[in-house]
Design a protein around this ligand. Structure first.
Ligand code: WT7
Length: 649
């Protein structure tokens, strides 16, 4: 890796004022720490672990990689022999030793701007203890699973931490999933309790969560009757529902055999609860991945490794300081929320915004209004949200005072340069570094990311590996490539190894080009759909674009593009020709699209990711769609099938 500085593209350097008191103040410090993390991981992680509380210290090394031939994978043991408790580390430790009891843990901002409240660390601790005692009373034991189907309200955080306190494994199901998806996840996790709410308003729309939960449980019962092996959610024996927030507008269905109201059981529950001391490698939670590539898959994270990694990435990547007000707009139902709304910020004693609503309700300036209201200093969101808000122009942003902002973050997919520059200039007034964080559910935390005071930025690149991460670029035959290269990114992390499409440029910067299935091979050239998408999106008429491959007799694969035009524009033949020319000019003739289809809307997962798997099926006219439970709006797909481009390729 070389110290960057000699490239033709424009680089964005860290602002001086950030460098003054940063944890990693310049690029050389990054290199030094990085080297130590690779050459002497034991010493490196020991220092990080010393900030936390261990009931019993580790007996062996801090990290131990094992190659398991039967599983065909690498797995890692972190701090074997140690005993600790996640909840103790993120709450009690701050209240008892850090003097942070009165500090705000969350500024909760409701769907409607007139609903808001603050929760301090000591308030959170006492609620968590009460909830932990409720769960215990319901019979939940260490190692058992609790499914949680709650919106973005403090009770979600409280329930998750209560599970962590008693050693139960939480399995959060995003409260936008259907009853079928919830049922599938309850059965897979074999949960014994489900915690839900009566309902939630998302924008103007009311979602009757309790009713969906009841349908899910009914499905679980039906499946358990048909299941000879008896493994099912039929074992679930209690449902706790949160609060009576919506009692005036929904008739909550009720089964007095197993349902209880949150407020009633919490009321008399004691405020003291000794944490369960767990082994470092005991499970903390299960989370299902967003399903953009097929059937949802449960990922399990364990206590010690996850604590150290989320705490350190949060501290360094957002250069966390005690007077920060931090806001991540993700939902806690996704890994981004688990790691960077809950565990990472809490492990550092941070104050965060917890937002129940959506970016466009009651108006399109809502996010900016909230930043002004709480004087948010670090803001973390997804490219899809930025592209959505870009459509409304600068005016709704410039109405608010965003001068508190110091660092902006991006996560979830590659950020196209258009969106990057808008985020940087309009939201960050050109003064805030953008940390483009690449990682996935399985890694639990950032694996490639700039450090805001240390790393010169190239728009669209997630830059360099975080501490402890050794990336390698491989070709199709699995051989490692050196220097400037494009191929498959292989990353060994504390939770296993992962592949993704990636390019490393001459300065050592990594450019994620997509998941493996987002790579395509046109006439022997490996290229990424993301590059082509970025080229399409530079056209002023294009609001969004998604590119997939389609088999081609001559080229092997060819490019099939879906393009959504901006509200005021028209999709026509001239535009198609312009777009083809633009891609040819930006990337080269090899990338000229064979097909460009008008897409009034794109199929997306509930976390906002474009479901390229489905687009590939539209391009190939394959109508058997398989599992579409994570799709927001199935109608979008019908429209795309009806308008697909015919013709041989
Ligand atoms: C996949 C993981 C990471 C938490 C949210 C999604 C893509 C994520 C980036 C980024 C380019 C990114 C990758 C990855 N991805 N962040 N900054 N640049 N691509 O978690 O659902 O497990 O998805 O999201 O393709 O493999 P996930």
């Amino acid at each position: 890796m070389v110290v960057p500085g000699s490239q033709e593209e424009k680089m964005f350097y860290p602002p001086d004022d950030l460098q003054m008191d940063a944890h990693v103040p310049d690029f050389n410090s990054y290199l030094q720490m990085y080297r130590k993390s690779i050459e002497n991981p034991d010493a490196f992680w020991k220092e990080i672990a010393d900030e936390f509380f261990w009931k019993k210290p580790a007996t062996g090394s801090m990290l131990q990689y094992n190659f398991d031939v039967t599983k065909g994978s690498i797995y890692v043991k972190c701090m074997e022999g140690a005993k600790t408790n996640m909840c103790y580390n993120v709450l009690d430790r701050h209240v008892l030793k850090g003097n942070l009891g009165e500090k705000v843990a969350y500024y909760w901002e409701g769907n409607s701007p007139d609903q808001h409240l603050t929760v301090t660390y000591s308030q959170l601790l006492s609620q968590v203890c009460r909830c932990a005692n409720v769960l215990k009373k319901m019979g939940v034991k260490k190692g058992e699973r609790v499914s949680i189907y709650l919106p973005m309200i403090p009770e979600l955080v409280i329930t998750m931490l209560a599970c962590a306190r008693i050693g139960a494994v939480h399995s959060v199901v995003f409260a936008g999933f259907s009853s079928e998806s919830l049922c599938e996840r309850i059965i897979d996790a074999q949960s014994c309790v489900l915690v839900t709410a009566d309902g939630v308003y998302r924008g103007e729309k009311l979602v009757n969560l309790k009713q969906i939960a009841d349908e899910a449980l009914q499905k679980c019962r039906e499946k358990s009757e048909n299941d000879e092996h008896g493994i099912s959610g039929g074992d679930l024996d209690a449902v706790a529902s949160v609060s009576n927030r919506l009692m005036w507008c929904v008739q909550t269905p009720w089964d007095s055999d197993c349902d209880v109201w949150w407020d009633e059981v919490m009321k008399d529950s004691p405020e003291e609860c000794e944490p369960e001391w767990l082994d470092a490698e005991d499970p903390l939670f299960i989370l299902y991945t967003s399903g953009s590539t097929g059937k949802p898959k449960g990922v399990l994270h364990t206590v010690a490794g996850y604590l150290l990694y989320t705490a350190l990435t949060f501290k360094c990547v957002f250069d966390y300081h005690h007077d920060d007000v931090y806001w991540c707009t993700a939902d806690i139902g996704w890994i981004t929320g688990h790691s960077y709304i809950m565990y990472g910020p809490l492990a550092n004693g941070a104050s965060s915004v917890l937002f129940e609503g959506i970016p466009v309700h009651p108006h399109v300036g809502r996010l900016w209004e909230i930043i002004e209201k709480y004087k948010v200093t670090k803001f973390y969101t997804a490219p899809t949200a930025i592209r959505l808000l870009m459509k409304y122009g600068r005016e709704p942003v410039q109405k608010y005072d965003l001068s508190s902002l110091r660092i902006l973050g991006s996560v979830g997919e590659p950020i196209n340069p258009e969106a990057w520059h808008w985020y940087h200039e309009v939201v960050g007034r050109g003064k805030c570094p953008i940390v483009d964080t690449f990682w996935q559910t399985e890694t639990g935390g950032h694996v490639l990311a700039p450090l805001p005071a240390a790393t010169p930025l190239k728009p669209g690149s997630a830059t360099f590996p975080f501490f402890g991460i050794e990336p390698a670029i491989l070709n199709e035959h699995g051989e490692e490539l050196q220097g400037e290269a494009e191929g498959y990114l292989f990353i060994k992390t504390t939770t296993g190894c992962f592949l993704s499409g990636c390019r490393r440029d001459k300065d050592g910067y990594y450019w994620i080009t997509g998941r493996i299935d987002d790579m395509l091979n046109v006439s022997g050239h490996l290229m990424s759909t993301a590059e082509v998408e970025a080229a399409l999106m530079e056209h002023p008429a294009v609001a969004e674009a998604a590119v997939v491959s389609r088999p081609h007799q001559v080229k092997g694969e060819c490019l099939y593009c879906f393009v959504t035009v901006k509200d005021c524009k028209e999709f026509n033949h001239t535009l198609m020709e312009e777009l083809k020319r633009q891609v040819r000019e930006k990337i080269g003739p090899i990338a000229t699209p064979d097909f460009i289809q008008n897409a009034p809307a794109l199929p997306k997962t509930r976390s906002g990711k474009i479901m390229r798997r489905i687009l590939r099926q539209v391009a190939r006219n394959e109508r058997e769609l398989g599992d579409v439970s994570s799709l927001t709006d199935p109608k979008v797909v019908e429209v795309l099938f009806s308008q697909r481009c015919e013709g041989a390729a």
